[in-house]
Design a protein. Structure first.
Ligand SMILES: *[C@@H]1O[C@H](CO)[C@@H](O)[C@H](O)[C@H]1NC(C)=O
Ligand SMILES: *[C@@H]1O[C@H](CO)[C@@H](O)[C@H](O)[C@H]1NC(C)=O
Ligand SMILES: *[C@@H]1O[C@H](CO)[C@@H](O)[C@H](O)[C@H]1NC(C)=O
Length: 754
């Protein structure tokens, strides 16, 4: 199936919805957190109990449940609505254990608690879970699922969702879950065996890829050998078959680690890695006993080459999303990286083919050699079976176990776990790069969306905290409540929901936000959101299965002229009326929904002639509209704000500007009873061009006998709306008045009467 290489990004916690397709980096739609809440496209988990460190550890599509671990709690959530009857288990470390933990000097940052770090499906009725247990990892079973309750109520048989710990059962969590909650882990339960990338000891200095729990012997990586693992941070573990032969099945793990060559020179301090072992590896017979004999790793490269030819590497692997394809041996690997240094802040998304990863594992081994002690490709004889080959597989049908491997083969693996070539991404460059911004990507999920004109990849990226700068050119859109990094992201294409967790909370976000784009067909079309289509009336969620002939969608071109013929005439834009006072300034607002639109203002004189309003000494163009600095009577007229996007022009705002005679305004607004020379506004008359006009007095102060004159009617309208605007806080009259005097921009608060 061909996937269109147009790319959609939704960044969470801080950011954008942007297109890659036509290499425009500005996001098209800005959505504030408020908007998301108001349109009910984002729903935070609203149950509060004394916890933190939320992680979505398992998603069960069949049962429609999300399983969340946090500090001392386990939570089962309904995927349709995370606030619908959540089931919560309190699973603390014992008071005694917490006491012992503090005795050892730990717990300065509250680590002497049970941080839940693993929830994996065990069988149809049970889950396996582990937590840090106040520096003494512990595991147990959870009984879960729909049950018929024994209580028969008026002949009804009730079904309820069960979620409870198996009483009296407790397992050691050593080799399954870290001791220190600040250390990341990754795990997968496969065929009853738990494979975990984890720090195994109390001190947190012994990292390993560990197999425990099942019927196979416990096996781990070589201990304290920096050639194997050097201060790794585990990101993801997943089984990926290599061939149709089950014995070839491999476990791939993604992590980052300290570079062995990090000597402060030009070499990077951190490297991204992909590693693998055979699932049926039972360790060596004479050496590498209970250690992997098939462990290999390679560098994952994600870099950009600048115009100056300098290559910038993104080495700090943050998250991996593995997209299944029809061929289970060849999923696509999406990974997010950031730069490792603090000088240059940047993030990137790279995409890898499994075939490229395999090619590297089938290539030369890395070898330290020569007088410089440099890494070179190993050119000597390679033992049989080739290191990394699984016993009983396609090429080794006669070997039953890794215990039958020759000493030579085992010793070779021990000394050469690293492949010489790195793995390059598809097209040798990132899919997405973000530099020069305050945030970094932390997490990724992908959705494949079938639209009318093809299949699209939609990337959702979590970021670390950023405070959105106030200007429109920033990329803030989905600001999810917590100013802390997005920890986990899960997506359900089936339910069209995204689930986001962070240190402090959990949010459910609908993938559809079609109503947000605007009321017109052109808005819907220009949004080019593969989740939305125009159905003849509104912008609605698109699903190919309920295809109707009237549905309009054009992701590739976003061309409303073609897609929306006959739909745009409706709902003519209404005109707003705005007042300005001669000699002062006024602001005409026009904010197209899309920052990709270019804006042009047209001024229409009362005689109908139109001309383009240009930026000059008297006119300041901003992203939100135009500021007319020194109003004269001739400025009165109709102003049209025209937006052009993707060759489609439409009017976004139409403002009728009335200019009020300054003298009349001042006569009407000067405080009564003050002698001329004490009138604070008197001097304005002398230098009318250097001061903004006084604000109007409260409505009741206007002499009603004037209200029949047209000019006065306008002024009346102006004043009334001005005070209406201030009404929520009438007590601040005085300060508002002063404020209006000091700040010319205050006239941007000029009332707009629709
Ligand atoms: C919440 O939990 C923390 C850490 O376990 C504990 O120190 C604190 O006292 C708890 N607060 C309340 C209100 O129970
Ligand atoms: C699932 O595993 C649990 C724990 O080992 C066991 O008690 C239960 O009987 C198993 N259920 C099924 C359906 O196999
Ligand atoms: C509950 O009982 C009904 C009726 O006896 C049965 O059809 C259903 O499969 C039962 N559900 C479960 C989860 O056992």
């Amino acid at each position: 199936m061909e996937i269109t290489q147009a790319l959609f990004l939704f960044m969470l916690s801080s950011s954008v919805y942007s297109f890659h397709a036509n290499s425009r980096s500005a996001p098209r739609v800005h959505l504030s957190y408020k908007e998301l809440m108001e349109t009910r496209t984002a729903r935070p988990f609203s149950f509060s109990f004394n916890t933190s460190d939320y992680r979505i550890l398992h998603m069960d599509q069949d049962q429609g449940r999300l399983y969340v671990g946090s500090r001392e709690y386990l939570v089962a959530l309904d995927m349709h609505n995370i606030n619908k009857e959540p089931l919560i288990i309190h699973w603390p470390a014992t008071t005694q254990r917490k006491g012992e933990c503090r005795m050892t000097g730990k717990g300065g940052q509250g680590e002497c608690a049970n941080f839940v770090r693993l929830i994996e499906p065990w069988n149809r009725t049970h889950l396996y879970t582990c937590g840090t247990g106040a520096y003494k990892p512990m595991c147990t079973f959870i009984n879960r699922g729909w049950r018929n309750t024994s209580i028969i109520n008026r002949g009804w048989r009730a079904e309820e969702y069960v979620f409870r710990l198996v009483p009296g059962y407790a397992d050691s969590g050593k080799g399954k879950c870290p001791y220190d909650p600040r250390q990341e882990n990754a795990a997968a339960l496969i065929g009853g065996n738990l494979y975990a990338g984890v720090h195994v000891d109390f001190m947190g200095t012994d990292p390993a890829i560990f197999r425990t729990l099942g019927d196979r012997p416990a096996v781990r990586t070589e201990q304290y050998d920096s050639r194997w693992l050097n201060e790794p941070v585990f990101v993801k573990i997943q089984k990926i078959p290599d061939s149709s032969e089950k014995n070839d099945d491999k476990l791939y793990f993604f992590f980052r680690e300290k570079s062995l060559d990090a000597t402060g020179g030009g070499s990077p301090s951190v490297l991204a890695r992909v590693g693998r072992v055979c699932l049926n590896d039972d360790g060596g017979q004479r050496s590498l006993v209970n250690k992997w004999t098939t462990f290999l790793k390679a560098r994952l490269v994600c870099s950009v080459i600048g115009t100056d030819g300098v290559e910038t590497y993104f080495d700090e692997l943050k998250d991996v999303f593995i997209q299944a394809t029809q061929d289970e041996r060849n999923p696509v690997v999406y990974a997010v990286f950031s730069t490792a240094g603090s000088v240059f802040k940047g993030s990137a998304v790279c995409m890898y083919h499994m075939s490229d990863i395999r090619k590297v594992f089938n290539g030369p081994f890395s070898h330290k050699h020569g007088h410089n002690y440099q890494w070179t490709p190993y050119t000597g004889k390679i033992p049989y079976p080739r290191p990394g080959t699984c016993p009983g597989g396609t090429f080794t049908p006669s070997l039953r176990s890794t215990k039958e491997f020759s000493d030579e083969a085992v010793n070779f693996v021990r000394a050469h776990p690293l492949m010489y070539h790195p793995v390059y991404p598809i097209n040798k460059r990132p899919l997405v790069v973000r530099t020069g911004v305050d945030y970094r990507f932390t997490s990724i999920v992908l959705d494949l969306v079938d639209a009318v004109d093809g299949r699209y990849e939609v990337l959702f990226l979590g970021t670390d905290p950023v405070l959105c700068p106030p200007d429109l050119s920033s990329v803030c859109s989905l600001y999810l409540q917590t100013p802390v990094p997005v920890k986990t992201l899960k997506i359900s294409s089936k339910r069209q929901q995204l689930y986001v967790s962070s240190e402090r909370g959990l949010t459910q976000v609908s993938l559809h936000r079609c109503g947000i784009y605007g009321k017109a067909c052109s808005d819907c079309c220009l949004a080019r959101d593969p989740y939305c289509a125009w159905d003849g009336e509104t912008c609605v969620a698109f699903s190919p299965s309920t295809k109707r002939r009237s549905r309009r969608q054009d992701i590739k071109h976003g061309d409303p002229l073609r897609q929306c013929r006959g739909f745009n005439a409706k709902g003519r834009l209404s005109e707003t009326v705005q007042f300005g006072v001669e000699g002062s300034s006024t602001f005409l607002e026009c904010q197209p929904r899309s920052p990709q639109a270019t804006v042009k203002w047209l001024y229409q004189k009362p005689d109908g002639r139109r001309k383009v309003v240009r930026q000059d000494r008297e006119v300041l163009k901003t992203g939100q509209g135009i500021l007319l600095k020194l109003l004269i009577h001739d400025d009165a007229g109709l102003y049209h704000c025209l937006a052009t996007e993707n060759n489609f022009k439409h009017t976004v705002a139409r403002v009728a500007l009335h200019i009020l005679d300054r003298e009349i305004v001042e006569a009407l607004t000067s405080p009564d009873g003050l002698p001329e020379d004490q009138n604070p506004y008197r001097h304005h008359q002398l230098h009318p061009h250097h001061h903004p006009p006084p604000p109007p007095p409260p409505p009741q102060a206007l002499p009603s006998q004037f209200s029949s004159q047209p000019e006065i009617r306008l002024i009346n309208q102006y004043c009334q709306s001005y005070w209406q605007q201030l009404k929520p806080d009438m007590s601040t009259k005085r300060t508002s008045r002063r404020h209006a005097n000091v700040q010319p921009e205050a006239s941007s608060g000029t009332p707009i009467i629709s």
